[in-house]
Design a protein around this ligand. Structure first.
Ligand code: UFG
Length: 336
């Protein structure tokens, strides 16, 4: 029988790709999603890719009775916990909403897991915990900095909560760098609500004619071309990292109950390099202008990937052009 894996936020950007990767690796994903920042159409896309509609329960992870019932009925082997808000600016405006959803949701999930004897969890963390990194590339042992936003604080608190529960709970904590792209089939991808905050959806919407021009936030940073550097990672590679983490939990091959991994490619790209790569991957021009710096932006960050390669046995396979081509194909599909 296939091992069942609960995926909270399983209809979101990273969640939907992980559901597909779990199926491909022989697991049975069970999706929980309250549709607060996702759409049911993602379930149709998943169905097209895996050949059936996976079990989907629409509720909030703060709903303990619903969670308890689902876990008791389905008897999953592990949980992958994506369900969380993720917009830095919004978190500054509505901090309580972020603490309720991101911290409260995790606490509720852990309480129900403990009650029902479910011990294994993969947690979505972020390279935001490093702030402006003390060293580059960033190692898992690099010191974390005080959070610059309530969003960042919720990820740091989530890590602490999971560490404190290590006596009974086994965690694979994945610190994502910048996930972009879409499934190569263009059946699933990112569905930003309203004006996108992030670079890639803004870029693809600009090329599609939905936005007039992309503003590059600052070109006077201490980087080769003056624009900020990030470690962009293909969402399908990221999804596959979750499968490796789930296997490590199920096989009990972890060395510590709380383990943390950087999930990036190990390569940094500037904003202008992203624009150039997009243009050479697609042959299309990106209308853009240089604007002022965006408050709170880290100047440069990319991952040291030795630990994740050696210990988790996972390595990113897809390059920047592939990420951008897949992001564009998804935008084309959305614009139809
Ligand atoms: N950028 C632009 N123009 C835009 C949007 C972004 O120039 O319209 C630049 C940013 O200044 C930054 C880069 O593109 O240099 C990437 O910006 P994103 O908003 O796409 O991503 P961030 O690195 O700011 O944020 C992401 C996630 C957060 C997470 C953070 C961790 O969105 O959830 O990484 O560093 F916390």
């Amino acid at each position: 029988m296939k091992s069942k894996i609960i995926v909270t936020g399983g209809l979101g950007f990273i969640g939907s790709h992980t559901v597909v990767a779990l199926h491909e690796a022989g697991f049975e994903p069970i999706i929980i999603d309250n549709l607060s920042n996702s759409q049911l159409s993602a379930l149709d896309g998943i169905e097209k890719l895996i050949g059936y509609k996976p079990q989907f329960a629409q509720f909030d992870v703060n709903d303990a009775p619903a969670l308890r019932q689902l876990i008791e009925e389905s008897k999953p082997h592990a949980v992958i916990h994506f369900a969380a808000f993720k917009a830095v600016g919004e978190s500054v405006e509505k901090p309580l909403m972020y603490y309720r959803n991101n911290v409260g949701g995790l606490v509720t999930l852990l309480e129900v897991m403990k009650e029902t004897g479910l011990t294994d969890i993969v947690f979505s963390s972020s390279c935001t915990v490093y702030g402006e990194p003390a060293e580059i590339p960033v190692k898992e042992s690099t010191i974390t900095k005080p959070a610059e936003s309530p969003y960042g604080a919720t990820k740091q608190m989530g890590e602490v909560i999971l560490k404190d529960n290590a006596p009974w709970c086994n965690t694979q904590c994945l610190r994502y760098f910048n996930p972009i792209g879409a499934h190569p089939s263009a059946e699933i991808g990112e569905l930003p609500l309203g004006v996108p905050n992030n670079l890639i959806p803004y870029l693809t919407q600009t090329v599609a004619g939905i936005r007039e021009s992309l503003t590059v936030f600052g070109n006077d940073y201490d980087t080769p071309d003056g624009t900020c550097i990030r470690d962009y990672i293909h969402v399908v590679d990221l999804a596959e990292a979750h499968v490796s983490a789930v296997k490590r939990l199920i096989d009990k091959s972890y060395q510590n109950a709380f383990e943390v991994f950087n999930i990036g490619t190990g390569n940094g790209s500037t904003v202008l390099e992203v624009i150039n790569s997009f243009e050479s991957a697609t042959g299309l021009k990106v209308p853009h202008t240089i604007g002022g710096r965006r408050a709170g932006d880290v100047v440069k960050v990319w991952a040291e990937t030795t630990k994740v390669e050696n210990v988790l046995g996972w390595k990113a396979k897809r390059n920047l052009e592939t990420m951008l081509r897949d992001a564009w194909n998804w935008q084309v599909k959305l614009s139809k």
